[in-house]
Unconditional design. Structure first.
Length: 177
């Protein structure tokens, strides 16, 4: 846009002045320059923008459902969009991991089918009975050994190996610590 002449700059500076100072007396040129209205008017005229033009553009944007934003707002929107896309990617990864875990669980269920609760209770009760019998037998064996020897055994040697039972297969004795 070409440089505005003196009359155009004065006219625009007065418009700006009266927008801010309603009912004031007409200022001189030097007053407009000192208060900064002259520089703003020249700048607007050189850019070819005016308040009316900006209002018109904003109205057009509003009519089509849009909004005019500053560069700072635009940068914030871009950052938010990047963060949102990262969150969506993470959500998709979590969804895939969940599907993978469900698939693995289904495979485990096929390999190891669930027992009915009643059968599980019976097995647990049988294990408790076997443990109780072994505990009583162990105590009896330790007491008889101590009575024969007249001394106490260290804890690692007190627990003898147990013979296999009908329900439990033979197990090797674990090393003592």
């Amino acid at each position: 846009m070409p440089t505005p002449n003196r009359d155009e700059a004065r006219e625009r500076a007065l418009e700006l002045f009266f927008q801010d100072n309603i009912g004031a007396t007409t200022p001189e040129d030097y007053e407009l320059k000192e208060s900064g209205y002259w520089a703003v008017a020249v700048s607007e005229l050189m850019r070819g923008e005016s308040v009316e033009q900006l209002a018109y553009v904003e109205q057009l944007a509003h009519d089509v459902g849009r909004r005019i934003v500053t560069e700072a707002e635009h940068d914030k929107l871009i950052d938010l969009e990047l963060k949102m896309s990262k969150v969506k990617e993470d959500k998709a990864k979590l969804k895939m991991a969940k599907l993978e875990l469900e698939s693995m669980r289904a495979q485990l269920d096929q390999v190891r089918p669930e027992r009915p609760p009643e059968a599980t209770r019976i097995i647990v009760a049988q294990i408790k009975q076997i443990k109780e019998k072994r505990k009583v037998e162990r105590t009896r064996q330790v007491k008889s050994y101590e009575a024969r020897r007249g001394e106490r055994l260290p804890p690692s040697e007190r627990i003898p190996a147990f013979p296999p039972s009908e329900k439990m297969p033979a197990m090797e004795r674990l090393p003592s610590f």
